[in-house]
Design a binder for this molecule. Sequence first.
Ligand code: NAP
Length: 334
Amino acid sequence: MQVGGLGRYFIEAASLEEVIQAWEFARSKQLPLFVLGGGSNLLVADSGWPGMVLKVAIPGIKETPRPDDVLFEAGAGEQWDRFVSHAVIVGCAGVECLSGIPGSVGGTPVQNVGAYGQEVSQTIESVRAVDRERGKICDFSRTECEFGYRSSRFNGRERDRYIVVQVSFALRKNGVPRVEYADLQRYFSGRSTPPTLAETREAVRHIRARKGMLLIPGDSDCRSAGSFFKNPVLSDSEFGELAARATARGLEIPSYPGLAAQRKVSAAWLVEHSGFSKGYRQGHAGISSKHALALVNLGGASASEVIALKDEIQRRVEELWGVRLQPEPVLVGF
Ligand code: NAP
């Protein structure tokens, strides 16, 4: 978002050994440690971060063919979209719908990144991390990662405990792409042959660009942290209440089945039906002109202006719809 203050110390670690050295340094100086991936999903306070910022920059993608699939072991510092591109080029399915997402590989298991019907939890086989309590290396199986909707043990019950250093994915050789969401189906409508993995990747990038969700240098709608609010997952009774409020206003809220006995609803719809249109401005902060969920720095915004806008949206949505939107970016130093 290009807002917020400085970190007191910054270190970029290009290997597991350097991550451990950085962790030891921070511990010996009793510095609070913030682990940075790609930096695309953050809002940093105007006062900055009083301790050490550790950027995990471990590179590398190792591929091992197996009888039923291909194992990809990727360094946490690899750019996520470069990893997706590589998987698609070598004909492996499972992450093609996650094209164009900024950030690094190491950040993806933390919030179980997902889009257009795919989530990394569907293909992650294991995660390697450094335990910040003991300085030890730990390996987690998919089950041990405790994945949920945009959640895992790494942002849940053990938030901030582990530094992810490597993620292993099992991808399907010659697998077919997933074309499930309406946006993708519309893109391919009228075609007689199923799209290839590469075409699906291109389609997702095209759709994301249209929504201002692809980083394009010079586009001010991209000065955002992506979606600022999570799509709420409601219980049946909460959803019933929300749907009744919508009906009373002659509206119908888009919703989709969630986990057992739950409904996912569109956060963008709630924002737009609470008096905030695309392109809304409040001081130097605003809403993207392409997507109601992206808060943007219109140029020279402070973190407190962004927070004031976030608070205003949350307040108004809750007042009208009885749903408290939860921010999605990591808030640092607040
Ligand atoms: P969208 O596609 O308009 O979708 C809005 C909501 O409707 C989401 O909760 C989405 O669920 C749900 N949905 C839409 N079609 C669905 C279907 N066929 N089946 C089940 N659920 C459906 O949202 P958007 O804001 O433009 O974002 C596009 C995609 O990027 C979405 O999948 C969104 O979740 C994802 N995204 C992910 C992150 C992240 O991982 N941190 C951040 C921003 C956006 P899902 O959320 O389950 O897809």
